[in-house]
Design a protein around this ligand. Structure first.
Ligand SMILES: [Zn+2]
Length: 333
């Protein structure tokens, strides 16, 4: 991701752009701030900028050997250090220091990205201090740390600290949609809100599987068999899927409710299908206003039952039977 595409960090980007364009880089930077707001992406963008060998204004050319090697993850002058287990260990720091004593192989400058430096204990931190004070020439160290945990003050005092801010929900949602074009904008907003404006965190919610389950459920609701028996079976199967991801259930309910509400709105406003997300258009086609309003009410009942600590599995079963309109008559009652 080039520098200019990093969203929501104008101060940090301005400062770093100035340093890059004037050739006045500090020897070590420390990017701090919440998780998942673009710190490591910014560090990579700096590396990309420094490794490009073409004549250009700002963005790397993407075509020269330096750009191609970095993009493929094979640049010999890019060191990326992440915690070995729970923390960055002293051995990792030592081996890095050893390599830094040699000149860069291809680029004018080697770039070392150390992620999660807040995990570093004093021993590893102390080993890093000397190199932070006087790095061998032609090395740029970029340390990235979360503000969840304190970073050793001795490290902070030897780096130029660049604070990164949390993003607005809108911006975080925009970044999510950019990363996953299939993601519906309002779903992205829900994720972004839940993750306090940190797209990185929201993506972990996403990769936690909630969105996959959501998509499965919606598909199941759209394509459930008409025959009563198999329809009930289908409802119970979907309920099992929904209840399995315990942590994500609230989020799942939010996402479903958004879909139903949007389909209701589309009915009421008569929005042309071309202007609707695929799922919303499909939901409007499949269910009339009364059916959709019943579904929204069913979501409300499920939420209230969960708030009363009712059994999640049973709540999901009742909900899915409601959503598929499996009436008691169908159940043999
Ligand atoms: Zn290039």
């Amino acid at each position: 991701m080039p520098f200019q595409e990093i969203l929501g960090q104008p101060k940090a980007i301005k400062l770093l752009t100035r340093a890059l364009t004037t050739g006045r880089l500090a020897h070590a930077y420390l990017f701090t701030g919440p998780d998942g707001v673009g710190k490591a992406a910014t560090a990579r963008a700096m590396a990309a900028w420094l490794f490009c060998g073409a004549e250009r204004d700002l963005a790397p050319c993407g075509r020269c050997p330096g750009c191609i090697k970095f993009a493929s993850g094979n640049h010999p002058d890019f060191f990326h250090i992440v915690p070995d287990g729970m923390a960055i260990k002293i051995d990792q720091v030592r081996s890095m220091k050893k390599q830094l004593s040699f000149a860069p192989l291809e680029a004018r400058q080697r770039v070392v990205l150390l992620e999660d430096v807040h995990t570093m204990r004093r021993e590893a931190g102390n080993s890093l201090l000397k190199i932070l004070e006087e790095p061998p020439p032609d090395n740029l160290l970029i340390l990235v740390g979360s503000d969840r945990e304190p970073i050793l003050p001795t490290i902070m005092s030897r780096c130029q600290v660049v604070p990164f801010a949390p993003l607005t929900v809108d911006l975080a949602a925009e970044i999510l949609v950019r990363c996953d074009p299939d993601l519906d904008r309002s779903q992205a907003r829900v994720l972004a809100t839940l993750a306090d404006g940190c797209p990185g965190l929201a993506r972990s919610l996403e990769t936690g599987g909630v969105l996959d389950v959501y998509r499965e459920l919606v598909e199941g609701l759209f394509t459930a068999p008409e025959d009563p028996g198999p329809r009930v079976e289908c409802a119970l199967k979907l309920a099992g899927r929904a209840a399995a991801g315990k942590e994500g259930l609230d989020l799942l309910l939010d996402l479903l409710e958004i879909l139903f509400q949007k389909a209701m709105k589309a009915h009421l406003l008569g929005t042309p299908a071309g202007k609707l997300d695929d799922q919303v258009a499909r939901a409007r086609e499949q269910w009339n206003l009364t059916q959709l309003s019943d579904k929204v009410q069913a979501m409300g009942s499920a939420r209230r039952a969960l708030a009363r600590n009712c059994n999640q599995g049973l709540v999901c079963e009742a909900l899915m039977l409601d959503l598929l309109e499996c009436s008691p008559r169908v159940l043999g009652g």
